[in-house]
Design a protein around this ligand. Sequence first.
Ligand SMILES: C[S@@+](CC[C@H](N)C(=O)[O-])C[C@H]1O[C@@H](n2cnc3c(N)ncnc32)[C@H](O)[C@@H]1O
Length: 267
Amino acid sequence: MHPIVKTFTTPDGLKNLIFHFPVHWRALKVRLFADKDFYKPLGKEKNDYDRYFQEIRGDELNIYLEKELEIFSKIKGKTVRGCEYSSGAISRQHGHCIYVLVRMLKPEKAVETGTANGYSTSFILKAMERNKKGMLYSIDFPEIEGKEYSPDDFYREKGGAVVPKNKTSGWLVPDELRARLKLFTGRSQDVLPGLLSELGEIDLFFHDSEHTYMAMMEEFNIAWRHLKDRGILLAHDVNWNKAFTDFGKKIKTQPFFIDGSLGFLIK
Ligand SMILES: C[S@@+](CC[C@H](N)C(=O)[O-])C[C@H]1O[C@@H](n2cnc3c(N)ncnc32)[C@H](O)[C@@H]1O
């Protein structure tokens, strides 16, 4: 069933719509005013932008990742918070946008929080491989399928993103893309400060870990201090709360929205 039909016709869908109304409302608002041609604020060429999209749309990485993710059709169960297990991966369209952004930006050092199974990680690394440049430092505090947790091991609003038992964060990343990846396990609150002070300046920061107002603000504050001039702070699920827009106001920088849930700030 299409997700929109499901929203209006099933009790869980309706419950979700009512309880998460502010989240859906924020997504709709930014969707209506999205900066779809995001090469413009980045000051890049439309030709390159179109070429990079074409490059990734036709890449076999898409089929590889989706085939590997089929494992989730056999993974049944719920987290201790009552969410159905899922891969938690960003959409293919978001993967392509992030790929294009990395192709245009050509970062030397990029940091990601929220590796999970490694879907977004794979697109960043694919772009770095084509750029022949860049290292990605990715942090994850994974929830493992079938492992027993107490309700406050993870934040209350966390969805069902899990890493299958017998796998580790980032397992989806194809072997040939791993040379540019360094993985860190732990809460970003604990790992990010030390990692950033070791790295000094970074070119790109991508948030997709704990989507609480406090954790997002904490990540944005520290990442911003380490971003180079013209560096990019990219965030997923920016509609979950007001952290991303509030942070933009705080640093007096205009946020750009690729769509309702993916936004970025340019330093
Ligand atoms: C939505 S998933 C990320 C999906 C991933 N970007 C992809 O496209 O495949 C979020 C991940 O962040 C992890 N996480 C939750 N809280 C965290 C925290 N405080 N620090 C680091 N990772 C966290 C979750 O367990 C999960 O693995």
